[in-house]
Write a protein that binds this ligand. Sequence first.
Ligand code: ADP
Ligand code: RBF
Ligand code: MG
Length: 171
Amino acid sequence: MLIIRLLSNAIKSKLPKMSRPFLPLFIEGEVIKGFGRGSKELGCPTANYPLSVVKTLPEQIEPGVYYGFAKIGGGPVYKMVANIGWCPFYKNEEMSIETHVIHYCGPDFYGEYLKTIIVGYLRAEMNFDSLDKLILAINADIANAITFLDFPDAQKLVNHDFFVSSKLGEK
Ligand code: ADP
Ligand code: RBF
Ligand code: MG
């Protein structure tokens, strides 16, 4: 069963770009406290956006795991992975956008202005029968994102004006 689901996810992630015309997607806002489930202890802290930002997502967006770039305040641009959806493993009641900034290991940045560009889709959100399997899937997502974000199409977005221009609210 798991293999069938993984295969169908792999096929979906290869859908032509036009099937997700809303990508790349530009998201920005303040980082707030999330679900407090200790994703840091899972080895994967996720910066959460407020509901007001989640509500700006295009209607057609599919819940799932996405990859892209992120900039915390006036800092450098990092690679990231983001889970957008309801986290079936935890059955959240609200949709959320949770961004893990890959290779960032500085201090917490609650209250900072976070800009993200969602570049591509990795897979659907899944339910897992153990936390260890969720962690394994997240680690595979991070490895895939690191690879895909080096492709020239993605690299063009690193220097996008969105990351350069100073926005109101940016600290
Ligand atoms: P919460 O439930 O409040 O979202 P998490 O355990 O998911 O808590 O941790 C997320 C917080 O950890 C972020 O808001 C940020 O301040 C901090 N953080 C530190 N390193 C990272 C990182 N690499 N990616 C995302 N958040 C990070
Ligand atoms: N939660 C799920 O329930 N199913 C998933 O498939 C799933 N994939 C994720 C992939 C990535 C890259 C990240 C960062 C998170 C993912 N999560 C998923 C969310 C995870 O459950 C959440 O970050 C923790 O519950 C902390 O709020
Ligand atoms: Mg979080």
